[in-house]
Design a protein around this ligand. Structure first.
Ligand SMILES: Nc1ncnc2c1ncn2[C@@H]1O[C@H](COP(=O)(O)OP(=O)(O)OP(=O)(O)O)[C@@H](O)[C@H]1O
Ligand code: SF4
Ligand SMILES: [Mg+2]
Length: 337
């Protein structure tokens, strides 16, 4: 029996790289989508994963849910057992306890099937209930996500975006997962509908003790929904901690920049680093040292070379920066531009 504080999922030094077409002077080139990623999800918690486009959020979500060819280092453990690099049959069995909810609810459902057929298919394939119980279980799952039995008789195009996303969540729940990876699952929805889906996820966590990795761009939603947040930059986790600690006192300049870009979160707070300028560099040519140094308003000489900064930990709040922010304040400790 897992204790609430024990990690359900552990990502340990995970690296993922993709080959890039066209060798340079005969040397094969790689796109480093994830580098030495460490992350833990405790049972029943909602962890937000944020970062600019291309930072590696979906790659991490996919590495958890699907077998990956491109893992170049590290491993992922579920309930203490590896789900990468082990026997395919064992890994497939463990992955049956995880499901993904996607950004585009229409694309994630078969347009030729009714919603009910889509959910029934999952129940059949995973042998979740006896055949004669399937229709009743489909109705139960629809009810769990706030849909009525008649919604199950419609095809995806006959539903609204919000109803379709509810159906996608019902399909994910059909396998009775312990973990859901929700990749930008509300980004395509209207703001009012986003709120309804967020409420649904919160109530499912309460009722079922679900653990959720919530991948998102929208920091305001992450602050409302999540218990903890991890911030990614160019394939690395640069800060991770309880939502309130990270939002009220970000310790990595990149996190501070992301938060400063959304003034409604705290319009009175001034953070050195201010809103981010420029774009992230290509993950094919990661800058040496701290990959954030070309954009960092408080970069130091030592940030430009060597290895990426080690992660410092203060209780359960970690950040990877050479500057000591244990006092919490963003003090400009000598800007080198
Ligand atoms: N199958 C693949 N082959 C080659 N490169 C890939 C592949 N999948 C992802 N990448 C690259 O890996 C990096 C991380 O991509 P990823 O989709 O994980 O980012 P993301 O944080 O989810 O971005 P977004 O917010 O836009 O969804 C990007 O540079 C992307 O181009
Ligand atoms: S390590 Fe250096 S460049 Fe990177 S965030 Fe910290 S101060 Fe900025
Ligand atoms: Mg993505």
């Amino acid at each position: 029996m897992l204790n609430a504080q024990w990690p359900l999922l552990e990502v340990d030094a995970l690296s993922v790289k993709f080959p890039v077409a066209g060798a340079l002077f005969g040397a094969k080139r790689w796109l480093h989508a994830l580098s030495d990623v460490h992350l833990q999800l405790r049972k029943g918690e909602i962890l937000g994963l944020v970062g600019e486009s291309g930072s590696g959020k979906s790659t991490l979500g996919r590495a958890i849910i699907l077998p990956q060819e491109n893992i170049s280092g590290g491993c992922i453990r579920f309930e203490g057992r590896p789900i990468t690099g082990g026997l395919k049959s064992d890994m497939a069995r463990m992955r049956q306890q995880m499901a993904m909810v996607f950004q585009d609810p229409f694309a994630s459902l078969n347009p030729r099937q009714t919603i009910g057929e889509s959910i029934a298919e999952v129940l059949r394939v995973h042998r979740k209930v006896p055949k004669d119980r399937i229709p009743a279980r489909v109705d139960e799952l629809l009810a769990e996500v706030g849909l009525r039995p008649e919604h199950g008789k419609r095809r995806p195009h006959a539903l609204s975006g919000g109803q379709c996303q509810r159906a996608g969540i019902a399909r994910a729940l059909a396998i009775e997962p312990q973990l859901i990876v929700a990749d930008e699952c509300v980004s395509a929805l209207d703001v009012s509908i986003q709120g309804q889906i967020i409420n649904l996820l919160m109530s499912l966590r309460e009722k079922k003790g679900l653990t959720i990795l919530f991948i998102a761009h929208d920091l305001a939603i992450v602050r409302r929904l999540c218990d903890r947040v991890a911030v990614m930059y160019l394939g690395r986790i640069v800060e991770e901690g309880p939502v309130e600690a990270v939002f009220s006192q970000p310790r990595h300049p990149y996190t501070a920049g992301l938060i400063a870009a959304i003034p409604e979160i705290d319009p009175h707070k001034t953070l050195a680093g201010s809103a981010l300028v420029g774009e992230p560099p290509s993950p094919i040519a990661r800058p040496a040292g701290c990959a954030f140094h070309p954009r960092c308003p408080v970069a130091q000489v030592q940030c430009r070379s060597g290895n990426a900064p080690e992660t410092r930990h203060f209780a359960d709040h970690g950040y990877a920066c050479v500057l000591d922010r244990s006092g919490g304040e963003f003090v400009n400790q000598g800007v080198v531009k």
